[in-house]
Design a protein. Sequence first.
Length: 236
Amino acid sequence: MNSARGIALVLAILVTSFLTAIGLGLALIVMMDRLATGNLRGSVAMLYAADAVIELAARDLSRLEDWNAALTGQSRSAFADGAPSGSRSIPGGGTVDLTAATNQLNCGRAASCSDAQMDANSKERPWGPNNARWRLYAYGAWENIGNTVQFARPADCYLLVWVADDSREEDGDALADANVDEPGHNVLRLRAEAYGAAGSRRAVEAELVRQCLPETGPCRPRIRVQSWLEFRQAVP
């Protein structure tokens, strides 16, 4: 009789432990699924934010008569958070160094490099003196973008947009747009990156072209995006 009760107790304990393990496993699965869903939602929001700030920069560039002013850094977007250098706080935690991020694009490292090093041929930058010279054009926290345009659901990220000349030009001057009737005239490259908390980042690059609307009379220029690419490289 006592042995039967002991066996029943052991079985009860085993069943309870088994059910507890199943419950904990299900709770863990639900928690991980919610975390993954939240991370995906945040990542998609950052991608949309990078795409949106490209459009914002394109709007400001469409109002700029001479794109050389943007290429040389003399002109910046209305969405600019002070001087284009130094560190900035990322909403949600962390910082981004504007100078280091720009150097990373131009030199492949956080430290600065010389003009000769930027003009050197490499796998990533094979155009020599026509290699891109990225200049910060628009940058700031997403929450401050409301000064220029309104969004329903702001993302917790810091946005940066660089502008550079079309590397397919043949004029040997990366800080000046090609002359009329030369390859690459009225074509610019934009690079946008969204920096989020915990080192998260999304980046897109677009190529803009300024064209005249087909109409009689004086030319009315317009901007269109003729190429768009999302970058999925590892974060340095």
